[in-house]
Design a protein. Structure first.
Length: 361
């Protein structure tokens, strides 16, 4: 006999004890405030950095704090004026030198790997823009003239602070002329706010995200999309990992078509016996290359599972499309958490690992 499913509001009230649904609902507000937070009066170091000619930007960060660097790299590849590279490790690349601007992001300000790389950058005479809500990284900015702090509101899980962090990262690169200004920000924010409200699964009995989550609960998950949305796919996987406690695999087109496609199946995809249970979420947008679109269309025709959904990113720019996908993924992952019986904020294994590492010091 089927067990009646709790109303979503009841599941949220029982499990979301630390307010993750509220953070998701405020994402667009956070992004809007962050995009316009910088000015030369408040941050007098900006004109000096603007006069420099940078070889590129090296973004340091781990986990939720590191996600924005990969998004910046994709935006820069489309329309930037210098390369942007995301680096998630404690060891700085050997080629990094004073010609590269370092953007170090640690929401807590205490991420061990980011701090280690920043110290190495300082030893090499590099300039650092630090994004933090406090901690050791913010303190380093107070005592070192080559570290410039961009403060971030504190008090929430780093992965839920993406709007605060990424909006400020975009604002910094725009201010330095490394990303083009977007005069359409106000209209973009209005559209994103509408999209967030429309996808909020608590809004009533209309289904949408909550119905999709019901189909995903018992299925292994695969995320597929084009190269420019690879950072979105990675963040989606990470949000599934942390919010919902779920694994997910990623396929980036066209690269996956040259290797992984064989493992997905012959004339049809999925040669694994469990193929029919696989759920596939295909992330797309209107700006995809035609050949990539053809590859994805071919893949859809050859799927051997009926559990496939196309998630179309809406927007008039790659930035807006990425943010639209982030809104949808966040609502999906927190809803998947509570429908699966998990508090979407809890990350006990990560806390346990940090305690172990601290005990070794």
């Amino acid at each position: 006999m089927d067990v009646p499913r709790l109303p979503l509001d009841a599941a949220v009230a029982a499990l979301d004890t630390e307010g993750m649904f509220g953070y998701v609902a405020r994402f667009v507000d956070d992004l809007e405030a962050a995009l316009c937070c910088l000015n030369d009066a408040a941050m007098p170091w900006l004109p000096t950095l603007r006069r420099r000619t940078w070889s590129g930007v090296l973004c340091l960060g781990m986990g939720g704090s590191g996600a924005g660097g990969a998004f910046l790299a994709s935006l820069s590849a489309e329309a930037g004026r210098a390369p942007v590279i995301q680096h998630s490790d404690a060891r700085l690349p050997s080629w990094a030198n004073e010609g590269w601007l370092v953007m170090a992001t640690s929401y807590s300000g205490n991420t061990a790997e980011t701090l280690a790389s920043v110290r190495q950058a300082l030893d090499r005479g590099m300039t650092v823009v630090a994004l933090a809500s406090g901690g050791e990284l913010a303190g380093m900015a107070e005592t070192n003239d080559t570290i410039h702090l961009v403060g971030v509101p504190s008090g929430q899980p780093p992965r839920s602070a993406f709007g605060h962090l990424f909006g400020r990262q975009v604002a910094v690169l725009r201010s330095l002329g490394l990303l083009p200004d977007d005069v359409g920000d106000a209209a973009m924010i209005a559209r994103l706010r509408t999209a967030s409200t429309a996808h909020d699964p608590r809004g009533g009995p209309s289904g949408g995200v909550d119905d999709l989550v019901t189909e995903l609960l018992e299925r292994p998950l695969a995320l597929v999309g084009p190269t420019e949305l690879a950072p979105v796919l990675t963040r989606f996987k990470n949000q599934l990992n942390e919010n919902a406690g779920r694994f997910a695999r990623i396929g980036v087109v066209p690269e996956m078509n040259h290797n992984e496609l064989v493992a997905w199946g012959g004339p049809g995809w999925f040669c694994d016996p469990s193929s029919e249970s696989q759920a596939v979420l295909l992330l797309t947008w209107s700006g995809m290359q035609e050949q990539v679109k053809s590859r994805i269309d071919w893949g859809v025709r050859h799927l051997q599972t009926e559990a496939a959904w196309m998630l179309q990113g809406e927007g008039e720019s790659l930035l807006e499309v990425m943010m639209h996908h982030c809104i949808v993924m966040d609502w999906i992952t927190v809803t998947l958490a509570v429908r699966g019986g998990k508090n979407p904020t809890s990350i006990d294994p990560i806390i346990g690992l940090k305690a172990h590492l601290n005990g070794l010091q």
